[in-house]
Write a protein that binds this ligand. Structure first.
Ligand code: NAP
Length: 294
């Protein structure tokens, strides 16, 4: 049983974590840290938290676990604000989508707590934001990646791994830089492409006609372009190199495709699509198999 969980950032991810832990009776008290009174009041009304504070420094006093669940570039300010009052035995973690940036921020702004900091990232989410969009089932049968450092205390890793397992998630461990490379390809690249595709249509002389005539496939493909722009700005700014590398690879594939269409090479074009279909179908099969086992 977690004693006092302090949740800095009561949005989709933080709110869903609090809901899942409360549903599992895994936590005694959840204290939220809100940037606005409206968010704190809403989280209280929804029963997501037990009380809230607007001051992260005050909130972390007597915390058992501190979870940082705000946009990435707020982290340095938050780490500076909590350092003085953080109990020596508290375990700290985060849910940020980029790990190297977070690790460096903790080394810089909270070095005395580095052993009890467990970087984390739930591979779960939706295109919606805010505590109103949070739900207890979000992490069920989803991966949560922890990226502990060589200096991270093993007991602290176990505390955070147990916390996530209580939400129904499957916990895996990985190197932080490796995480950032993988996520650049599987998550950051698709989001950037979805935003660009929508921009491409929006800048057409008659965007309303295009959006009206667009079929389900367009809206399936671009669902994630409705995600929070601040969050995605921060992800792109804090994972620049891996994202630029993977965008460069994507650009080459696109140029290959343009060249194939220009040359009217129908055989190669069919092969290009067939290989992509095969790879996607095989990936989905693996996912289905794992889901059945779970
Ligand atoms: P969200 O729904 O927009 O929630 C973010 C929360 O942080 C909001 O409640 C916001 O307050 C609050 N906030 C912003 N700045 C703050 C500050 N300086 N102090 C205190 N609170 C502050 O975002 P989210 O989707 O939960 O994302 C949170 C983190 O999870 C991000 O680091 C993101 O990279 C990571 N993540 C997101 C997903 C996803 O799919 N959404 C998945 C995995 C990880 P207001 O209510 O006042 O706006």
């Amino acid at each position: 049983m977690i004693g006092r969980l302090v949740l800095i950032g009561i949005g989709l991810i933080g709110g869903s974590l609090a809901r899942a832990l409360k549903r599992a009776n895994a936590v005694e008290q959840v204290i939220g840290v809100a940037r606005s009174r409206d968010t704190g009041d809403l989280a209280l009304d929804l029963g997501v938290i037990d009380r809230f504070s607007m001051d992260p420094g005050e909130a972390v006093e007597s915390a058992s676990i501190v979870v940082i669940a705000t946009p990435l570039r707020t982290f340095p300010g938050i780490l500076n604000a909590i350092g003085k009052n953080l109990p020596g035995d508290a375990t700290i973690t985060d849910v940020g989508s980029v790990k190297r940036y977070v690790i460096n921020a903790v080394k810089r702004h909270l070095p005395e707590h580095i052993e009890r900091f467990v970087p984390g990232h739930p591979i779960a989410g939706t295109e919606c934001s805010g505590v109103g969009a949070s739900f207890a089932e979000l992490f069920e049968r989803r991966h949560v990646v922890l990226t502990p450092l060589p200096e991270t205390n093993e007991a602290a890793v176990n505390v955070i791994a147990d916390m996530w397992r209580r939400t129904g998630a499957d916990v895996i461990k990985m190197d932080g830089d490796y995480h950032d490379q993988i996520l650049a390809a599987t998550s950051h690249l698709p989001h950037v492409i979805a935003y660009s595709l929508v921009r491409c249509l929006a800048e057409h002389p008659e965007p309303d006609t295009l959006f009206e005539l667009a079929a389900g496939g367009f809206y399936d493909f671009t669902r994630i372009a409705s995600s929070d722009p601040v969050m995605w700005r921060d992800i792109c700014m804090t994972n620049r190199k891996p994202i630029l590398r993977t965008l460069g690879e994507f650009k080459s594939r696109l140029e290959e495709l343009i060249d194939t269409i220009e040359r009217e090479d129908s055989k190669l074009l069919q092969e290009y699509f067939a290989q992509a279909k095969q790879a996607r179908d095989a990936g989905l099969d693996v996912k289905k198999k794992i889901a059945k086992q779970g």
